[in-house]
Design a protein around this ligand. Structure first.
Ligand SMILES: *Cc1c(COP(=O)(O)O)cnc(C)c1O
Length: 396
């Protein structure tokens, strides 16, 4: 069987690239000024959510992605929750998203009191399909009292939240264009795509707002953390307000003018973030080289490596392959994991989880096929035995 010998040689390849045993799917790399800057942060006593590194981290990310404003928060899920509130998502409304995503996308919708509705993905980007979105809106969207409403449920279609899967940019400009015609704001779940561009624009900066995650498995980490980016000064100000308990500025009074959250990122985490941003360009280079190494390997196997869609530049956060069928997928997973090389199937579709199974969907045929066949490969930035980032990717 093709898959059997491919899995075996893949294990050899992975062992030649990585010094880790077993080889994880993705681990963080702290090869920059992390230790030095963290000690400085502790010595300053400013370890909590007021501190110079929070402002610096926001500026670094804003500048890197080309957004006017960035607001740092405690994790990506909460960043999505706030971004949805900024978009006007209220309890009892609906948010269009994709069935193929990490559960946080849908949980954030639920935290805002809204209900997800699922529209299929494209097979090449693994992200929301503009054609499927257009079809859905044509069939279901009506304008009532100046609001876009789903005629199927009678609820407002308050936002659309596409996700850039594994750092592969989805067709975000087409999605935004369609949503603009229906007056539906777009919040980009760019949690996985720091360092990914589509048509020259960084992911997360095309819609009304975008969200990044700095969880321990993402391309850079703050331990836990998230960021909302936007070009709209009013939205940025409201994001700051909502994430700091909606407290009105006052020298001594505590006045909170709406339901807010304690979501601001601590200075300690932002310090880690600043040190990680120093290394992001190198991470991106090595990840591209790793992807190219994998591409050469899979070229003669009959197994498809998912590559960046045309006109985009992906961060290659997590590499993914598409196996011919469910059986060969299972065989590949079994053989590699047994050999200490961690590989993982793509998420179960959101439409199959008990919380979201009752939600409206468009059939999601492409996502259902991908769910059976996609596998993620080890994709960390390779380091040597001393923890230094390797100069060049090893290989067979
Ligand atoms: C990681 C991730 C998030 C947010 O994650 P946090 O762990 O809360 O930072 C949201 N959406 C997607 C698609 C993700 O991969």
């Amino acid at each position: 069987m093709v898959t059997h010998s491919s899995a075996k040689t893949f294990v050899t390849l992975a062992n030649s690239i990585y010094t880790d045993r077993p080889i994880p799917l993705h681990r963080p790399v702290f090869a920059g000024p992390e230790r030095e800057w963290l000690v400085e942060c502790i010595d300053s006593n400013f370890v909590s959510s007021v501190g110079a590194r929070v402002v610096e981290f926001e500026q670094r990310v804003a500048q890197f992605v080309g957004a006017r404003f960035a607001v740092a928060v405690v994790n990506g899920t909460n960043a999505l929750h706030v971004a949805l509130r900024l978009a006007g998502v209220e309890p009892g409304s609906e948010v269009i998203t994709q069935p193929l995503t990490f559960v946080a996308t849908c949980n954030a919708i639920a935290y805002a009191g809204a209900v997800p509705v699922f529209v299929d993905v494209d097979a090449d980007t693994l992200g929301l399909s503009p054609e499927a979105l257009e079809r859905f809106l044509k069939t279901h969207a009506v304008i009532r009292d100046g609001r876009t409403v789903n005629r199927h449920s009678g609820r407002p279609l308050a936002a659309c939240m596409p996700m850039h899967t594994f750092g592969l940019p989805c067709r975000i400009q087409a999605i935004v264009d369609i949503c603009n015609r229906y007056d539906v704001p777009v919040v980009e779940d760019a949690a996985e795509s720091l360092g990914s561009w589509a048509d020259g624009r960084h992911t997360g900066t095309v819609g009304q707002s975008g969200v990044f995650s700095f969880n321990g498995n993402k391309i850079i980490t703050t331990g836990g953390g998230g960021m909302i980016v936007t070009d709209d000064p009013a939205l940025a100000q409201r994001a700051r307000h909502l994430t700091t308990t909606a407290k009105q500025p006052h020298p001594y009074e505590f006045v909170h003018d709406e339901l807010g959250y304690n979501y601001r990122m601590p200075n300690l985490n932002a310090t880690l973030g600043c040190a990680q941003m120093e290394q992001l360009p190198v991470f991106l280079e090595r990840k591209r080289e790793l992807h190219e190494r994998y591409a050469r390997f899979f070229a003669d196997t009959g197994i498809a490596l998912v590559t960046e869609p045309e006109g985009t530049r992906a961060n290659h956060w997590l590499n993914a392959i598409v196996l011919p069928d469910r059986d060969s997928r299972d065989a590949f997973l079994q053989q590699t994991n047994d050999a200490g090389v961690m590989t993982r199937p793509i998420w179960r579709l959101m439409t199959s989880l008990p919380m979201y199974a009752p939600c409206q969907h468009d059939g999601c045929a492409v996502a259902a096929d991908l769910e059976q066949r996609v596998v993620n490969l080890p994709s960390s930035v390779p380091v040597d035995a001393d923890g230094h980032i390797v100069e060049r990717i090893g290989g067979l």
